[in-house]
Design a protein around this ligand. Structure first.
Ligand code: FA5
Length: 344
């Protein structure tokens, strides 16, 4: 019996050694270690052995099983490693293949201009304020010295939602909101970029939705000279040192005096299509904050004065990048937008 068991062990170890894959190895496991396997068969003859020999044979049978089981385990680890290595060899990445380019987006030209203007004013000590696009009639008009029925309301044709709520027609309501919120009724220096809406017919220079950047500075002794100096600095930074500005008298109910601000054209005054041969281009409205607006927000207009301006952001972007149609900002044409990519 001892002989038989040792013989079985040798046979099994040879088969384990030569097993080519996990399936073959499993067949060997089932054949030698299964309930009906040869080791069990041999042990059936134990009854014929003497009482002394029986435990010896039992121990030997366990040894043989143990040897076969650990040989199978070791072989299994080797075969599994091999399989992994083969798989890895098959799946090797060819790093010499050209990569697929990742498409990156870029900032919209209008966003770029607005961010540039924000940075510039932040550098001059302004902070950025925000206000709602769906606005109360009170802030859009009344608090800006435009009571109900005032004829100047027609200057900005509005989208009304209810009698008292509308889509803001300009960013000027943020002036009223900021001053009203300021509990100390002290100095204020803000700019506010944002969307505004008007019932204007869309054409090359008008859009029913566009962007304005409001500016407001309130303090003791603020003068028209401060307004001019601030706007001059702004224009030169955005368009270049050789640009001039000029102020023309105008009318806004919330500023007194009021001005339209023109910037000199890039044609240098020779006259071109962009400036309609005048040498100047209108870019914004501005003025000294009307005392009524200061008083309605709780400010002492005897002590405080201020200036305000409202820039048409698209107009600035059009002049800066030579864009001849405002609708291009709002039609998501990739051919247009890609020209402003900083990645190509
Ligand atoms: C105003 O909206 C005043 N709130 C500006 C202001 C603020 C004056 C503070 C005084 C003090 P106006 O309606 O002119 O003003 O518009 C300002 C700028 O917005 C214009 O110069 C123009 O650049 C731009 N703009 C006006 N309407 C449109 C439109 N439909 N499409 C595109 N841009 C427009």
């Amino acid at each position: 019996m001892e002989q038989q068991l040792k013989q079985l062990q040798t046979e099994a170890l040879t088969q384990i050694e030569t097993a080519a894959d996990l399936k073959q190895l499993n067949d060997v496991r089932v054949a030698y270690l299964g309930k009906k396997g040869p080791v069990t068969e041999v042990l059936k003859g134990m009854g014929k052995l003497s009482a002394e020999e029986r435990p010896k044979m039992g121990a030997l049978a366990n040894e043989v099983r143990g040897a076969i089981a650990s040989a199978i385990e070791a072989k299994q680890t080797t075969l599994e490693q091999q399989a992994i290595q083969e798989q890895l060899a098959k799946e090797t990445v060819d790093i010499t293949l050209p990569g697929r380019p990742v498409k990156t987006g870029n900032h919209h030209p209008l966003t770029r201009v607005v961010e540039e203007i924000e940075d510039l004013f932040i550098g001059m000590g302004y902070s950025v304020a925000e206000g709602p696009e769906v606005e109360k009639d009170y802030y859009n008009f009344e608090a800006l010295n435009l009571p109900k029925g005032h004829p100047a309301r027609d200057m900005q044709d509005s989208f009304y939602i209810t009698e008292d709520i509308l889509l803001r027609t300009h960013t000027s309501p943020v002036q009223a909101r900021t001053m009203e919120k300021n509990t100390e009724k002290g100095p204020v220096k803000i700019i506010c970029p944002g969307k505004v809406f008007r019932r204007d017919n869309d054409d090359a220079t008008h859009s029913h939705q566009f962007m304005q950047i409001e500016g407001l500075a309130v303090d003791e002794n603020i003068s028209m000279g401060d307004l001019k100096g601030t706007l001059e600095t702004f224009m030169k930074k955005v368009f270049g040192e050789d640009r001039e500005i000029r102020l023309r008298p105008s009318f806004f109910p919330f500023t007194e005096p009021s001005v339209e601000v023109d910037v000199s054209c890039m044609c240098g005054g020779k006259g071109c299509n962009i400036c309609k041969h005048t040498g100047w281009i209108e870019v914004l409205g501005a003025g000294m904050v009307h005392p009524n607006v200061l008083e309605m927000a709780g400010y002492d207009s005897e002590k405080y004065t201020g200036f305000a301006f409202g820039i048409g952001a698209e107009r600035i972007a059009m002049l800066k990048y030579g864009i001849d149609d405002i609708r291009l900002f709002y039609t998501d044409d990739l051919r247009f937008l890609k020209q402003f990519s900083v990645h190509e």
